[in-house]
Design a protein around this ligand. Sequence first.
Ligand code: 4AD
Ligand code: MG
Length: 457
Amino acid sequence: MKHIDIASVLQDKTLLGSEVTVCGWVRTARDSAAVAFLELTDGTSFLRLQAVVDKAKLSLDPECTKCGASVAVKGTVVKAFKGEGAELNAAEVTLLGKCPGDFPIQKKRTTLDFLRTIPHLRLRTNTFSAVFRVRSVAAQAIHRYFHEHRFYYMHTPLITASDCEGAGEMFRVTTQPWDAKYESETAYYKDDFFGVKAGLSVSGQLEGEVAAMALGRIYTFGPSFRAENSNTTRHLAEFWHVEPEIAFAELPEVMEVAEDMIKSVVRAVLAECPAEMDFFDRFMEQGLKAKLANIVENKFAVLEYTHAIELLKKADVKFQFPVEWGCDLQTEHEKYITEQVYKKPVFVVNYPKEIKSFYMKQNPDGKTVAATDLLVPGIGEIIGGSEREADPDKLLAAMQARNMDLAAYEQYLDLRKFGTAPHGGFGLGFDRFVMYVTGMENIRDVVLFPRTVKNIM
Ligand code: 4AD
Ligand code: MG
């Protein structure tokens, strides 16, 4: 259908006085005997376009005034009666699709909980259309950042036989039901599609390292899967993962890229989505824009894990999980550090090797690894990364200590055998990042169709 975006009508001053056709959904309508006002949205703009219908000049199907109806309006673009923008003097209004009164998205505000039960319709609300425009702008900005810094975009496999994080949280990929005739797991998998146990990848890192060890700087941006039984506001079974990997780099350079990338994407979102960000600042998180402006202008804090433990032990707070050197930081600890102590993003570095993955570079102290998590207020961890162990003997020892199946990681070990080099990277949870920049408090509200424990609607 030949028509023009509402965003263009609202923004492009050269259109004043010309005749255009827009298509959209009616958000609200005011109807009287002489005139009707239809507020239209087509998804291209946070702001709505008002179409003014002079009923003396044209007959209006009453169905066109129903909330949710879809219409095409031909008319002349004129300066808005109120404010800066434009509106449309309608010459012709065509009903494209009726919307009966049981349309669940009515004018009055509904709750996010309720909207979660209608994922196919919730995008028609201001909140969700704004979230997904911001999500798209952020994703584009990530690609742009890496492209401009000569990181090559890699597509790593989603089906894999190796568990990157080693935490046993893989979904299984299989084509055959269990049968009691198999006397062992190995025998069962032998008959399966791949002939071995296969699963959905929790991370593209291992394959990303393969690419970085040839192309220098790479990144992946795709889904990762975790069969974590974590029913929280920040866990998904299927999430979007941004994973750069950099050859000839040590931990500080990895952190530099992470900080620089985050700042660059936040800047892009603030510049490209002003109306959305005003809305989130007003209705989702007061002070959001100031928070983000702060992020862009200030250096992130860096905190040694050992020091973090001391801070937590001194804290005047009763934590649910006790704190001791060697423990993993829980969300409550992460939030304390970034919300109470630093009030900005914090890189925690050099974690005990026992609580981190096999591939992380072992520090000379023999106790810690060159790992980092980036913690942010409101969410906790949004990035996990590290320098990788480049020494073949040390890597092998770490794998053996964890009883890993070395045969499954032969290629990974080969990278250390043939021209090993210092390298590292990180993984950004993109959905968590979208929460952070929009102020949305539940990860289910920044994903089109969230997949979580016992939910695949
Ligand atoms: O800390 P993680 O497990 O690190 C890795 O997977 C590394 N292989 C990354 C790398 O070095 N290339 O995951 C990285 C990030 C987390 O910080 C978090 O933001 C996000 O991925 N994440 C999840 N997001 C939503 N739901 C889940 N279940 C997530 N699990 C991890
Ligand atoms: Mg992590």
